[in-house]
Every structure is written in C-alpha cells, then in structure tokens.
Design a protein around this ligand. Structure first.
Ligand code: ADP
Ligand code: MG
Length: 594
C-alpha cells in the first residue's frame, strides 16, 4: 500500500516560481510590471532596453524616487509593497501596482539585477538574484532612480522557456506593451531600444496629440475627433475616428481606465451604438479613450495582470461614453488636424472604397477560366453540368445554362440591393454576388500562388504605407507569402512598407487600402504555413471585393459561371453561402400543394 503523502507548506522559492506563472507569462509581461513600477515611483524619464525579443534582456531604468538599501531587499519579498497597507486601500488605489508580487515572481525565474539610489542619498545599492536566490548585495555609485535588468527569463523553468515564441513574435508583444504604456502617459518621456536600435524617443511633457503622432505616424489625423465629457464624476477624453477612418478589427481601440491600459468589452456595445448606421457591418473605428472615475467605482483586483477591470456602475459609464462619442462624431467632417504640421503625409482609407476593383475588370482579367473540377450540382446529376463554361474573349450568353447545375435559368433581378434572384428549371436560386466574387477571387489567387504562376502588375509609381506596429508585425509575417502572390512589397523603415506591384486581378485596388486591410485581417502567427498563405489570400480577396450591387445582367451571368467552375462553389472563403437553391418541390411543400 502507498504511504499517505505528507502535507507540507511549500518553501518560498517554490511558491514564487509557481506565482511567476501567473504574473509573467512572457517577456512583455515583465516589461509591463517594470514599467508600472517605474511610473509608480514617479519616473519622468523611462528607458527601456530589449534584446532578443526580451528573452535575453528586459531592462527598465527610471529617474523616480529610488530605493534605500533595506528597501531594495524588501522589494523582492513576496507581498512586499509600499503601495497599500490595508485591504481598504485597494478600494482607492491610485498606483498601477499594489500586490507586491511582481519583482519576487520575476526574480524567481530569471537572472535579475536591480540597482537604485534615492536622490537624497550618496550611494546606491546593487542587488543580483539568480533563480530567486540573492547572489550579491553591495554599494554602487549610480544616478538617482532605479534600474531593473531581467536576463534569461525562465532559464530555470525549461518547460516555460519552451513556450516562448520566436524573438520576432515576443518583440511584437513587447512593442505593444511599450506603446500602450507610452500612450497612457504622454507627460512621461520614454525611450525604447531593441537589439541596439533606437525604436522610439518620446520626449517628456508631450500632449496626447504629440504622443499619438509619434506612436502612430501613419494615422490619418484629419479623420480623428477629440472627445471630452464629464458627467457625474466620470470623465471621458481622447480621440475617436470619424466613420471614414475604420478597420476590420478592434486592435486599434485603446482604453485607459484611470491611466491603466485596460480591456473593456463592456464598452464595445456603446461604441457600436455610437457608430450605428455610419459604419458598414464588421468595421471598427480607431479609438483612444481615457476614462477617469473614482477609484472606488472600479475593481482592478480581478486578475493578477490587472488587464481586465470591473465597473460598479457600468450603465453610467456606458451612457457617458456613448454621449461623448456621439458629440465627437457630430463635429464637422475632415477639417482640422490635431496639429497643423503633420510629421508624415496623411493617408485616408475610405470606408467602402469605390476605387476597389470593379467586378467587370476582374472578370476580364480572368482570361483563362479554370477547368471545371468538381462543380457539384445542387440537385441535378453531375452530367447536367457539362464541361462547358464561358470561352475566353467571347461574351457570355445571357441566360445560357452551360456550365451551371440547371438546364436553363434566367436572371430575374435583384432584391434588397444585394441578392440576385434567378428562375431555374428546378425552381428558384438566390445568388450573393459579393460572396461569389470572393470565392472566385480566392480560388484564383490561391491557384496562382500554389502553381507559382502569379502575374504581377507593376504600379505606375510605388507608394508607401505606414502601419501601426501591430499591423506591421502581422504584415511582416505574411510578407513572403504575399510576395509569392504577386505583391511587390518591401519593408521601408520601421513600420512602413513600399508597394510597387499588385497581383493581376487586384491591380485596380487602391494599393494602400488593400495592404492595410490585409495587415489588419492577418491573424496571430503560429498557425501552419499553409494556413498563413490561405489567410493572406483570404484577406486579399476580402479587401479587394467590395461593391457588387447593381451589376448588369451580363456580368452576373459571367460571375455565376466563374463561380460554378470553382472547386467549392457554394460557400465563400469565410464559409458563408454563395448560392441558395430552392426547388419547386420545396415551394410546393411550403404552399401545401404536395
Ligand atoms: P507592487 O508594485 O505591486 O508594489 P512589486 O513587486 O512590483 O510590487 O514591487 C515591490 C515594491 O518595490 C514596490 O511596492 C515599490 O516599493 C518597490 N519598487 C519596485 N520598483 C521600483 C522602482 N522602479 N522604483 C522605486 N521603487 C520600486
Ligand atoms: Mg509592481
């Protein structure tokens, strides 16, 4: 029989190693904790140095209050904090940290060095810790303030180290953390150096506009509107984009609650309400919202990394936000930029860009239609499809049934400005031309890409696009695949890209809009290569296909035939149906005529 196991209280170094998992999951989380400490210490200038995506080094220096010798020792004790003394203090917390576990946790899983000096003291103190064990403590001459260096994160926890992603991916997270923190505190100066390259030098004493311009040089400031509203102790300020400046995801919506970057799904609904009717479905504005409210009205203690906050009165907050957004959006159209001398030429990306490729051009460009592979009929036998499809260069027969699952059909018209209604020998069919176009374009690009037959169309003059750091990271990861698809794309400075060619079939697109859209639609990396390539193609067609309403019958007909020649004709690349068939039997049944 097995001996009963003894219950033991775990030694501190084990507890710290376990706790480390909660607080620091990756180098960016270390950076976040160190930045918060530097800000809480009243730093006016903060220097960040990162090597190897933070796996090799995360270093943060500040010119804040500094720590005396005894405090240095205490700082790395678990639950040692200078920020609260009692449970009640949590209710009115106005510092970023308060749990007193970050430094202990980080020091437990790295080679850690801290040196610090309060301005009033002559000498500073240096402490080194390896895997949670203090190695050395001594006097050191150093400037006032504190520096914390974290090397070889997780070197003593191989299981966790294994889960770190490539330096490029970790760098992306690091930059995001830096950016949100620097945005939250325009009055503080920040430098970021990565692998010996200076990425940002942000002066102290910036206004929010100045900070935004330094961090997002490519943003179209003529389409941003300031917000400023206070109601019942809740204030909302910052910037929101006019509907004309929008994107496919929420990744450029920044919320700061009492100076703390926070995820605020509670606020999504009021953002949606404020933009209702002015943004197409699935599009999102750019937002930089600073919410300040009584610290007692928000609960930051929900999660150790403090990203999610809970509001005691979410209704009030939502009301104030909705009103603030409503007022901001009611301001007149593109007029004033936040600053009369923009650092980079502003670029606009129209909401439903009319300049995107006309379907008819696309159809013309598809001069060699793909062979019919497995265009399955909806309810007719395969033989009914036949091998026929539109001949290159010859206009399609207006209502010929060749290449379709029906023996004959005719296009009756459009309903809802969107769906095409067809009468067929079997009953009724409904076509979504947008989804159909997406499917056709998707397969064509994917085929060109896989068969290495991509044709590129050079642009008359190359253009540059400036992306947000997140988008730039995504695009960089998809760069290889995009080039193989016929995009002439190169990095051009930190987060800018130069475009000098587009794949055939997309050459009528606005290149800047297209590349922005693709970047925004590309998801996190890590997926298999094939999926990344598919993702790029999918994003490209999503971005390229726009207005398909009010197409002449001939074009609908040509599109229909292209669609039915596709490998998977009945869904768009996102899985939505392209064609819905309603048979006469179904109609008879519905009308009770069986
Ligand atoms: P918390 O921030 O939750 O209090 P930490 O483990 O991050 O816990 O830090 C512990 C303590 O160390 C802080 O309360 C603070 O007194 C001190 N400290 C940490 N970093 C700094 C810094 N950069 N400057 C001054 N004091 C610091
Ligand atoms: Mg802290």
């Amino acid at each position: 029989m097995q001996k009963p196991r003894q219950i033991r209280v775990l030694p501190d170094h084990v507890i710290n190693k376990i706790a480390a998992g909660e607080v620091v999951e990756r180098p960016a989380a270390v950076l976040k904790e160190l930045l918060e400490n530097a800000l809480d210490a009243g730093g006016r200038r903060i220097d960040v140095i990162i090597n190897g995506g933070g796996r090799d080094l995360v270093s943060v220096s500040d010119d804040g209050c500094g720590l005396g010798r005894d405090e240095v020792l205490l700082a790395v004790e678990r639950h040692a904090t200078s920020k609260i003394t009692d449970l009640d203090d949590i209710e009115k917390i106005n510092t970023l940290g308060f749990r007193g576990e970050a430094l202990a946790a980080i020091a437990a899983v790295s080679r850690f060095r801290l040196y610090s000096r309060p301005a009033a003291e002559q000498a500073g103190t240096e402490m080194t810790i390896s895997a949670g064990k203090i190695q050395d403590l001594r006097d050191l001459g150093c400037p006032p303030g504190t520096t914390v260096e974290v090397r070889n994160l997780f070197f003593n926890v191989p299981a966790r180290r294994k889960f770190l992603r490539t330096p490029a991916t970790e760098s992306g997270h690091i930059r995001h953390t830096f950016l949100t923190t620097a945005l939250a505190r325009p009055e503080t100066g920040f430098n970021l150096t990565m692998d010996r390259r200076r990425i940002y030098s942000l002066p102290a004493g910036d206004t929010l506009e100045q900070r935004l311009r330094s961090l997002f040089p490519g943003l179209d400031y003529t389409n941003l509107r300031p917000l400023d509203l206070e109601r019942q102790g809740v204030s909302v300020s910052g910037y929101a984009s006019l509907p004309a400046l929008n994107r496919a995801d929420r990744s450029e919506q920044y919320f700061f609650i009492n100076g703390r970057p926070a995820a605020a799904p509670t606020l999504w609904a009021c953002v949606q309400a404020a933009y209702r009717g002015s943004l197409p479905a699935g599009r999102h504005p750019y937002l930089f919202l600073f919410i300040v409210l009584n610290p007692g009205a928000v609960d930051v203690n929900v999660h150790p990394t403090k990203r999610e906050v809970r509001f005691h009165d979410p209704r009030l907050l939502r009301d104030v936000c909705t009103e603030a957004l409503g007022r901001a959006l009611a301001q007149p159209g593109p007029a004033r930029a936040a600053d009369p001398t923009p650092s980079t030429p502003a670029t606009t990306h129209p909401p439903a860009a009319a300049s995107l490729p006309a379907l008819d051009h696309f159809l013309r460009a598809m001069s060699t239609p793909p062979p019919v592979r497995s265009a399955r009929p909806l309810s007719t036998p395969l033989s009914a499809i036949g091998g026929a499809h539109p001949c290159p260069g010859r206009p399609p027969e207006p209502s010929g049934a060749a290449g379709t699952p029906w023996n004959w059909y005719q296009i009756l018209g459009t309903i809802g400005g969107r769906f095409v209604v067809l009468e067929t020998d079997e009953g009724l069919a409904l076509l979504d031309p947008h989804a159909a176009h997406e499917r056709v374009l998707y397969e064509s690009l994917l085929r060109q890409y896989r068969e290495r037959t991509t044709a590129a169309q050079p642009l008359l003059s190359p253009i540059t696009v400036e992306l947000t750091p997140t988008d730039a990271g995504r695009l960089r990861r998809g760069l290889e695949a995009l080039r193989q698809m016929g995009f002439g794309l190169d990095e051009f400075g930190e987060d800018a890209f130069i475009i000098d060619a587009l794949p055939v079939g997309l050459e009528d697109s606005n290149p800047g809009t297209l590349v922005r859209e693709i970047a925004a639609l590309l998801d996190e990396p890590g997926a298999a290569r094939a999926t990344l390539e598919e993702g790029v193609v999918r994003a490209a067609c999503h971005a390229a296909v726009k207005a398909t309403h009010s197409l002449p019958t001939q074009q609908i007909d040509a599109l229909l035939k292209q669609l039915l020649a596709a490998e998977m004709p009945y869904t768009c690349p996102h899985g939505r149906p392209t064609l819905i068939n309603i048979t006469l039997q179904e109609l008879n049944r519905k009308f009770g005529r069986d």
